[in-house]
Design a protein around this ligand. Structure first.
Ligand code: ADP
Ligand code: MG
Length: 292
């Protein structure tokens, strides 16, 4: 492409709210065959709500929520915010916790007046030797509804299943249909539960799902999609998306996302909506067609 056509293209994209941080990205984007997307905050609003809280026999619902929220108030995770918001709405008095720790992809833990509280994904419970038997059907059920199931254990005893639900963004469905119309494959790469990811992907007609991955796992997933010389664009918003944004042939950050994601990206969508990706592809294809 000539410098002039690139300039015209990036100018047109900017009018559509798509910021090309690197001119080459405009060219590379036209040869992309797969668009991979992060789920939380990219396909979805990134603002989950607590929808379910089921306690084990012998545990009191309000008591469990109070303890869990007291721990989660220390975490920045959107799941944590959903739990704390619900506890506040219910007027529960939070207590001080000690020894708070957070572990990416697993969850959080802390002690509250000598009681040890664990909150997180099933793999955290499994790793800590806490059996999920009683709740594994409920977990699968919640996941099938597209909700994220979480567990909490108090002093090594499974105390509750919690579910949070994150609404799909308004423009996501139409954007995915448009990507398919352009002949592209659409993939989802997420740290969330496999069943939850599968349910949301089915709803949206997404072709491939990679779930329950850590940030480095997102890079591996991009590399797998790049096999046989395929060009891949990755769209994400979070700190945990930065390595994948850097590894993709074109990294696209959601403008309402974290600074870390924006810094790692080649393209920034000024609105939080996914039709920006479709606009970026259109401009890129038009620019490259003009110069052929
Ligand atoms: P993503 O942002 O893609 O969901 P994360 O690695 O942040 O990926 O989280 C993956 C999973 O780890 C979550 O779905 C949840 O099960 C668990 N998790 C992480 N942080 C927390 C937290 N503060 N409270 C409860 N669970 C958590
Ligand atoms: Mg995200």
């Amino acid at each position: 492409a000539t410098p002039t056509s690139i300039m015209v293209g990036t100018g047109r994209a900017a009018e559509l709210g798509v910021l090309f941080r690197r001119g080459e990205a405009l060219q590379t984007l036209s040869s992309v065959q797969t668009v991979a997307l992060d789920k939380t905050g990219t396909l979805t609003e990134g603002r989950p709500e607590l929808t379910d809280l089921t306690v084990s026999t012998g545990f009191d619902q309000a008591d469990v929520l109070r303890l869990v929220a007291s721990v989660e108030v220390m975490s920045e995770h959107p799941i944590a915010k959903a739990i704390v918001r619900r506890a506040e709405q219910d007027g529960l008095q939070l207590v001080e916790v000690d020894q708070f720790t957070a572990e990416t992809g697993f969850g959080v833990s802390a002690t509250v007046s000598d009681r040890t509280i664990l909150i997180g994904a099933d793999r955290l419970m499994t790793r800590e030797g806490i059996a999920l038997d009683a709740f594994s059907d409920l977990r699968d059920d919640l996941a099938k509804q597209g909700k994220t199931p979480l567990f909490t254990a108090i002093d090594g005893q499974l105390a509750a299943v919690i579910a949070v639900s994150d609404p799909i963004k308004q423009s996501t469905g139409a954007a995915i249909a448009a990507l398919h119309q352009l002949g592209l494959k659409v993939a989802m790469i997420t740290g969330d539960n496999q069943g939850t990811a599968d349910a949301i992907a089915a709803q949206l007609g997404i072709d491939t799902v990679v779930a329950e991955v850590l940030p480095e796992g997102k890079v591996t997933a991009i590399e797998a999609l790049q096999s046989n010389g395929q060009k891949v664009a990755f769209v994400g918003d979070g700190i945990n998306d930065a390595p994948a944004l850097a590894r993709a042939d074109v990294g696209v950050a959601i403008g309402t996302g974290t600074d870390v994601a924006i810094e790692a990206a080649d393209v920034v969508l000024m609105s939080g909506e996914l039709n920006g990706v479709v606009n970026a592809l259109h401009v890129s294809q038009m620019t490259m067609r003009n110069i052929r």
